[in-house]
Write a protein of this length. Sequence first.
Length: 277
Amino acid sequence: MKVVLFCGGMGMRLRGYVDDVPKPMVQIGSRPILWHLMKYYAHFGHKDFILCLGHKGGAIKDYFLKYDESISNDFVWSRGGRKIDFINRDSDDWTITFVETGLHATIGERLKAVEPYLQGEEYFLANYGDGLSDLHLPTMIGELERSDAVGSLLLVQPTASFDMVRTTSDGKVAEVAALSHSDIWINGGFFVFRHTIFDYINPGDELVREPFARLIERQALLAHKCTGFWQCMDTFKDKQRLEELNDTNPPWKVWKDCASVSYPAMAKAASAMTQVA
């Protein structure tokens, strides 16, 4: 399936990190959060990306035009640098379509703008481009395929450190509990759609407002609850948390479970070096 990534946000709450780059280009470790998200989708076989560009979209184009695989992959350097053999690759089988969708466009308008690039696709994936998860994507896709719904969104429990307060009818506090421990669920920004979603989007619509209201009226919208890891990157504190996890055991790096596939390539490269020597 093709993957639509919304990359036009300004990230106003990340001032200091987004002065020169758009929000999806804020670094987590040595790579931008957009790259982590694309690696996640590629792990499940979805490697055809459509990037909806807006604020500082040129920075995203420039990043991929000058893409350096050596930053995140092992390689063998030989013949004085004239020969580089990558032991593993992370993007050589990706296809990326870059589409300028407007500086101040809504998410609905950005999605509508890339409709021509989704012709012939019965289903496609979409994402806000600023959150990471270990969601088992095939499960969420399968739920939509087995239904007659038009779309599905990921529900997550809020990670913000606010307290939820319940009061009695006379204004007394009955309960104080962490918001993350409540039964409140929010939009996690991961979507699966049938192509017919475009029939529900009108000019100026915000995706999760008017189009979703039309789907709800027809009982054509599914919700998939995330029971694993999810973390957005809206604030400096969110970025810090993702950085800390990236330095230890990042749960969103589901592709790490397949790291062993690189071992045969490593052995082959080592053998080649021995023969050259």
